[in-house]
Design a protein around this ligand. Sequence first.
Ligand code: HAM
Length: 457
Amino acid sequence: MSEATKPESERRQFKAIKGTRDILPPDSALWNWFEKTARGVMESYNFGEIRTPIFEETELFARAVGNETEVVSKEMYTFLDPPRDLDVGPFPRQTTLESMGQLSDLLPRDRVSLRPEATASVVRAYIEHGMHTRPGDRKLYYIGPMFRRERPQKGRYRQFYQIGAEVLGTSDAPAIDAELIEMLTVLLERCQIEKYTLLINSIGCSACRPTYVELLRAKLREPEIFSKLGADSQRRVETNPLRVMDSKLPEEQAIIEKLPKISEHLCADCKAHYEKLKKELALREVPFTESPRLVRGLDYYMRTTFEITSPILGAQNALCGGGRYDGLVEMLGGPKGIKGIGFALGEDRFIDAIVEAKKINATRAVDVFIAWMGERAYPTAVRLAHVLRGEKHAVELPPEEVKFRKALERADKMGARYVLIIGDDEIASKQLTVKRLANGVQERISEDAVVDYFRRG
Ligand code: HAM
């Protein structure tokens, strides 16, 4: 069948799936610069990299992040493995969490999800590898894609990238929380992002939070308050009243401002922990703003929560978020008494902020464009390209001969710093020509001196 007679469906072009995107050069250079910078900062605080799988048992996220959270209940990409036909709905395989629940013989490990975040995986790995048996805290960082089926918009994607760090161990010293936050501010500084706000809060522990949650629920149930809430918040009054606090709906803001604040209902231990955290941050000269409304959207948090927002980002203004999750290791079947704290930053958003700040230029120009002309020049061109690349120069070697003028134009378009010209004359005299594109200055150098010439830059 010829192309023209193929049905439309077979001729259509493919596009990246909604909410996903390609990151192309030269933009990818900034991503690489950022990842390298982040690794450098985290390693200077003695964090080591952990790489966990992209998919895990659905149950892991349900238990760690919480069944009632938006992330788990609405946004996970979940499928059956091995695949099975479900006799529900118009499609052969309906893989909503609800429809899967109809399978009476479904084993927990048959249901898997693309990771919506990595803390659950890191804690799973911590337990699985018995990391608690080694002395001291485990300080781990990760870089990679996460998946959430959210409504895409600028700064919000279905496949997005996070860089995160977690500290797990027996201590819950506020100095750990403060050092982690300090590390983030160092990264912001390296990226020359100056416009940001660090928001901090404490959301209490299992001793004080339930009493506060009941107080909040009772308040939210009052008819004159309840009737002014939107449908989502009304539902959350019963499922998770804390989440009403971080609603973004403009019409709910005046109500939220007047609700009781958790900071006024912390138990003595949580209060002391929070006060110490603030002192530790001050000691490190990290400016912060207290935000009683910062409750975060994942269930595992307790005590310290924090977020860094930036006004240069628009609606999706959270650059990163994190907090303490002291009960999580035990909740996932691990040893008792292990504490944890961590954060994840949105790489996509950090990149936007770096671009907005206009201070970092990570694109690497071509150092040397080799303009070779004639069969006799080609072997020398290939050899010198290899040698110069070995010297870590970025070298462009045209695979086919290009006329001199065209070669100069191409080199110029690429932003090359030098053009190394090799033609018949140069081969005969063993004297090559180097042209510096910034000022047009041309020099003759002997073939043997090429490496030294470019070493000097
Ligand atoms: P999170 O607040 O859900 O926390 O996500 C952290 C950051 O990831 C957000 O502040 C945002 O920058 C970025 N992010 C989240 N969703 C998207 C999206 N759809 N598109 C682009 N960026 C996004 C966590 O994930 C926790 N695991 C953080 C943590 C680690 N807490 C303790 N340890």
